[in-house]
Ligand binder design. Structure first.
Ligand SMILES: Nc1ncnc2c1ncn2[C@@H]1O[C@H](COP(=O)(O)OP(=O)(O)OP(=O)(O)O)[C@@H](O)[C@H]1O
Ligand SMILES: Cc1ncsc1CCO
Ligand SMILES: [Mg+2]
Length: 267
């Protein structure tokens, strides 16, 4: 079956509202543009409700959170729920501090998320599993990552996407295991944050099949990185940073299908 997510994104040019961190905001906006979506980065509490009416998806990323931003996230999330548009959570570094844990708990309580995306350390924290995370980096732990994805999906009734060398996507029952990608991804900052925004764009064009939308988003993004890395020496991280944007711009659904390395278990 040939899927047409990228074609649909380019045809409909969905507006993706991001409340994201100061490290990656510019990169995420450029990545969404390269893919064919339309980014808006906006934090002011005064404009959250209006933006929910214009946007096709909302992405909340707590990377550089503060109390003002969190207040906007809560209002934006609730307004997006009311409008029926998908909301994505990126719980950056959630295990690192008490404040991050408290904020994520409150967001999860007050906002219904279509998808939560994080690295293994962040998602293990949300699943309540013991894990040695390191700041915003994944760290290591003994637990089966597929199980972490399933647990997060069940606990928060959403699609869970755990990124890493292998990505695991779950709706609570099925788990998709994706082995595309490149070891250059963790050498640039914001690669996970951009993936969270890309989930927003894919969900925006297919609200009926969120598991499929998130799985295809993760495959497409990993394939874009894989193709970008092929043209580079192993340590050309700066070139990869830009090459990933070019590769997203050049990607199409056919190339994704050609490169996809995915296995779906359970269901
Ligand atoms: N070692 C690896 N080999 C292949 N692909 C990888 C590897 N590590 C990460 N990826 C890919 O990198 C992308 C970003 O995921 P990652 O888990 O690195 O995000 P993250 O830790 O949240 O990043 P950041 O916080 O810097 O934004 C995903 O598409 C994932 O598949
Ligand atoms: C490095 C860093 N610190 C807070 S957010 C962020 C971007 C990657 O998660
Ligand atoms: Mg991250």
């Amino acid at each position: 079956m040939q899927l047409h997510y990228i074609e649909k994104i380019r045809q409909t040019n969905p507006l993706i509202h991001n409340i994201t961190n100061i490290v990656v905001a510019n990169y995420v906006a450029n990545g969404l543009l390269a893919l064919g979506a339309s980014p808006i980065m906006a934090d002011a509490v005064e404009e959250m409700e209006e933006l929910a009416k214009l946007s096709s998806a909302l992405v909340l990323n707590i990377g550089t959170l503060d109390s003002v931003k969190v207040a906007s996230m809560l209002i934006a999330g609730k307004a997006a729920n009311q409008q029926g548009i998908p909301v994505v959570l990126d719980p950056v570094g959630v295990g690192a501090t008490t404040y991050r844990k408290q904020v994520v708990a409150e967001l999860l309580q007050q906002v219904k998320f279509s998808a939560i995306r994080g690295n293994a350390g962040e998602m293990a924290q949300l699943a309540g599993i013991d894990w040695q995370a390191k700041g915003v980096d994944a760290g290591s732990g003994a637990e089966d990552v597929a199980l972490i994805a399933q647990m997060v999906a069940q606990r928060y009734q959403c699609i869970a996407a755990v990124s890493g060398a292998t990505d695991y996507i779950s709706d609570g029952q099925q788990v998709a295991k994706i082995t595309n990608g490149t070891a250059m991804f963790p050498k640039i900052t914001g690669s996970g944050c951009l993936l969270g925004a890309v989930l927003g764009a894919f969900l925006a064009v297919d609200q009926q099949n969120p598991f499929q939308a998130v799985t295809q988003a993760c495959i497409s993004y990993a394939v874009a990185g894989e193709i970008a890395a092929k043209a580079l020496q192993p340590n050309q991280y700066g070139h990869f940073y830009l090459g990933l944007l070019d590769s997203l711009a050049q990607l199409d659904d056919q190339k994704v299908a050609e490169y996809a390395q995915v296995e779906v278990i359970g269901g």
